[in-house]
Design a protein around this ligand. Structure first.
Ligand SMILES: *Cc1c(COP(=O)(O)O)cnc(C)c1O
Length: 432
């Protein structure tokens, strides 16, 4: 292919992606659509600069404005999450976790967290699975005993296991995160054994910022990591919030430990996100959760085995559906994608035991962060459940459903819960 053809083709693919996004229902629990101002910041020249080090003590010249931006982002983060210290330099949630492990534990120490099948993230994985905790930081990994019916950590069994194993670190949080974790109860146990406590809020940071989930830093966690682009609707980036005593080890772990360039355009975009969450976060987070529960109910009423019906399905943005009556998660994910409904296949906690695999698991995971951001409320969750039913239960041709999804999506093209929305959510912005 000629260079000019490759150039044009790449830009054409970007435009096609944007056009397609305008017509899809995106239920990926780890994704969101940022505000127009956040997208503007992401195209700014800061993304071409370096600012190694700390504001005011940089190893690079040219940081007059980025220093002010970074200080603003840190101040907003501290206030929004009521934290003594914020570090906004990790370039992702995973690197934030790696920095936190570095600050709190040495290679060879043991960490207790959720297994991947129970909702843990690859960054918490064992060495034999290539996970960050085991393979990169050299931690031994032990799992929290998990109550599969309640989709939560089993407090009594975990308290016993902490006393036996005496881990160096507990890491709460996960990627399938339906209900608040027992941080308060288990932090008290941890304290008796000199165990440190951190909380991975990658998925739920926006719900915490809006005051609608749990408040881990008040419940006993010394440190909280996040991605800044899941329920917190910002740029793809990471952040660490912690007690003042941990500021120095955390800062050192991040730089020079884990970042050189820390994606300055994303730091600016994060400052904008945090300011918008101050203003709109409470309302946004509350609606995300209302929508998730409404979607759970609407799917349940149509015959889907949504997990935890007796607990209201969820207390977060996420739902898990046992899809084994209708096929496997992998195949259904692909059928739904053809219908312009984008979601994830997902391992159920008991899948491995029953011989299923992460490629063709028994579940699907759905999140309501992005559809809520587009202004959808409980009523629209019924429409979405009906589209999913037509594909999965009725076996309707997905292309036919896609046409109806496209029509349905016409009315939801604006980003809500933002200061400015002149540009539509998925509008392609031509710069060259
Ligand atoms: C998504 C996720 C991460 C990693 O986030 P990235 O920003 O994608 O690196 C870490 N922990 C949990 C629990 C997650 O779900």
């Amino acid at each position: 292919m000629l260079p000019r053809e490759a150039f044009d083709r790449t830009l054409e693919l970007l435009r096609k992606h944007h056009e397609w996004m305008k017509t899809t229902i995106n239920l990926i629990a780890s994704e969101n659509v940022p505000s127009p101002a956040v997208r503007e910041a992401l195209t700014a020249d800061l993304g071409n600069r370096y600012a190694e080090g700390w504001p005011g003590e940089r190893v690079y010249a040219g940081c007059i404005y980025i220093d002010q931006v970074e200080l603003l982002a840190m101040e907003l983060a501290r206030e929004l999450f009521k934290a003594e210290h914020a570090n906004v330099q990790p370039v992702s949630g995973l690197t934030a976790n790696l920095a936190a492990y570095t600050a709190l534990a040495e290679p060879g120490d043991t960490m207790m967290c959720l297994s991947i099948a129970s909702g843990g993230h690859i960054s918490m994985g064992k060495k034999k699975f290539g996970g960050t905790a085991g393979a990169v930081h050299g931690l031994g990994v032990e799992y929290f005993p998990f109550n599969e019916r309640r989709m939560n950590i089993d407090v009594d069994a975990t308290a016993k296991k902490i006393a036996e194993v005496k881990p160096k670190l507990l890491t709460f949080g996960g990627s399938v995160f339906l209900f608040p974790h027992p941080v308060k109860e288990l932090s008290e146990v941890a304290k008796e054994h000199g165990t440190r406590v951190m909380y991975d809020a990658a998925h739920v940071a926006g719900l915490i910022a809006g005051g609608q989930f749990q408040d881990p830093l008040r419940e006993g966690a010394e440190l909280m990591t996040c991605s800044t682009h899941k329920t917190l609707p910002g740029p793809q980036h990471g952040m660490i919030l912690c007690k003042k005593e941990l500021a120095e080890p955390v800062n050192k772990a991040v730089f020079p430990g884990i970042v050189s360039n820390h994606h300055l355009h994303a730091v600016a975009a994060l400052a904008i996100t945090l300011a918008e969450m101050f203003e709109f976060g409470k309302e946004y987070a509350a609606q995300i959760i209302k929508n998730a529960r409404a979607l759970g109910q609407a799917l349940y009423e149509r015959g889907f085995s949504v997990l935890c019906p007796d607990l209201g399905f969820t207390a977060s943005h996420t739902l898990v559906v046992d899809i084994t009556k209708y096929g496997d998660g992998g195949t259904l994910e692909q059928r739904l994608e053809k219908a312009n409904i984008v979601l994830n296949r997902n391992l159920l906690p008991w899948d491995i035991r029953e011989g299923r695999h992460y490629k063709n698991p028994g579940g699907i995971r759905l999140g309501t962060s992005e559809v809520t951001r587009l202004g959808m409320k409980e009523g629209e969750m019924g429409d979405i459940a009906e589209f999913i039913k037509r594909v999965v239960i009725d076996g309707e041709n997905p292309e036919r459903v896609a046409a109806d999804v496209t029509e349905f999506r016409r009315d939801y093209q604006k980003v809500h819960y933002a200061f400015e929305s002149a540009t539509q959510a998925y509008e392609y912005i031509k710069v060259h």
